[in-house]
Design a protein around this ligand. Sequence first.
Ligand code: AMP
Ligand code: MG
Length: 420
Amino acid sequence: MISVEQALGKILENISVLEVEESPILSCLGQVMAEDVSSTINIPPLDNSAMDGYAVRSADTVGASRKSPRTLRVIGIVTAGSIFPSEVKKGAAVRIMTGAPLPKGADGVVRFEDTDESERKGNSSEVAILTEAVPGLEVRRAGEDITAGSLVLSKGTVIRPAEVGVLASLGLSAVKVIRRPVVAVLATGDEVVDIAKPLPEGKIYNSNTYSVAALVLRYGGVPKILGIAADIEDSLVAKLHLGLDADMLVTSGGVSFGDYDIVRDVLAKEGEIVFWRVRQKPGRPLAFGMIKGVAKRGEVKKIPLFGLAGNPVSAMLNFELFARPALFKMMGREPLAKRTLEAVIDEDIENSDGRRIFARAIVEKRGGQYFARLTGPQGSGVLTSMALANGLVVVPEDTPGVKKGDIVQVMMLDWSESVE
Ligand code: AMP
Ligand code: MG
C-alpha cells in the first residue's frame, strides 16, 4: 500500500495547470493572475489635499503661530473632483476639501484646526493661519501610490480583496487569470437520500456531496453536483457521464471491499486506475485514476477522478489531503500543502497497524505554546468531529503511536483566534 506522499506524488503527476481566461475582477477572488498589470495613469492623478483646510503658499505663512496669526484672503473653494480655475497668488488662500486637487500656486495645506475657521462661522473672505506651512504639508503627491508606467501586480499574484481594489483603482474591470476548475461531485449508495426528500427508514442523508462541494467552493473551484448514483454499474456510469465536461470528478462511497463497491470497477472500465488504497487512517480506501472526458471543443481529454471513501470524515479528509492540492495545482496556486505546526498532545494515541493516523483535534495556543486535544470519538462516521476540529494530529506510520505530552505535527484545517 502506498504512503500519503507517494499517493500525492502520483496525483500531482497527472494534474496540469488550467487555461487562462479573462474574468470580471470581482469574480477573481482567490484566483492567480496570468498577466503582469502595469498602470497607464498616476494614482493619485494630481497633487491633492489630505485634509479639509486651506491651500496656501507656504512662504506666506512663515512665522505663523497661534500668538502671531497670518491673515490671508480667501479667493474661493475647491472640492474633490473639480479643478480650481485660477492661481493662488501672494497673500491668498483657497478653501480645500480632502481629495481636491491642489490649486496652482499653492504648495501646502493648513488644516481647519490650525486656522480660525471655527470662530468665523461663514465669514469666508479671509482666514487667520495659526501655524507655519511647509511645502508639501498635507499634500498627497501625484503618483504617490502608483506611478504611470510602473508594474503594479505581477503574474502569479493570488487575488485578494486588496488586489481587486488595486485593479479597480487602475480602471480595469477584467483581468487575465487561470480559470477555476469545475469539479463534478457524485455520491453513491442505495442508502443515500437527497436532503430535499423525507428520510425513509434505513436510509441516511447525503452529506458527502455537500461537504465536498463546500470544500471545492472554499478552495476556489466550481462544484457541479451530479446527484446520487445507485450501487449498480449502469447508474454509476450514467451519472458519471454527466460530469465528463468537468476538470475533476469526485465520487464518494463504493471504494471499499463490500459487495456493492463498484467505483473501482467503473474507473477501470472508463479509464485507468493510478492507485487505490493509501496507508492512512481514516481514508484508506481512496481510489485515484484518470478517466476519458470530453473537452469543450469535443476532443477527448483525461480527467482526474478521486474515488473518496464513503465515510463522511474520510471523504473530507481525503479531499483536504489529495484533491485540494490537485485543485490548487490546476489554479496555479502555491503552496499546495496546508500549514502544519507543532503542538503538545494531551492524550495517548495508539497506532496499531502501521498506517498514518489523522486525528481530529482542537488546537489552542497557551503561553506561546500550541496544545492539541482530540475532539472525542474518532470514528470515520463521526462527522461532527470535523465540525469541532481545527486541525488534524498526524501520527506517523510505523510507530506505536504518540504519548500524552509528546510534541506532534498538526495539519491545520482552519485558523481561528484560539491559535493566532
Ligand atoms: P461505502 O464506502 O460506500 O461503504 O460507505 C461507507 C459509509 O459511508 C457507509 O456507512 C455509508 O452509508 C456512508 N456514506 C456513503 N456515502 C455517503 C454520503 N453521500 N453521505 C453520507 N454518508 C455516506
Ligand atoms: Mg456505499
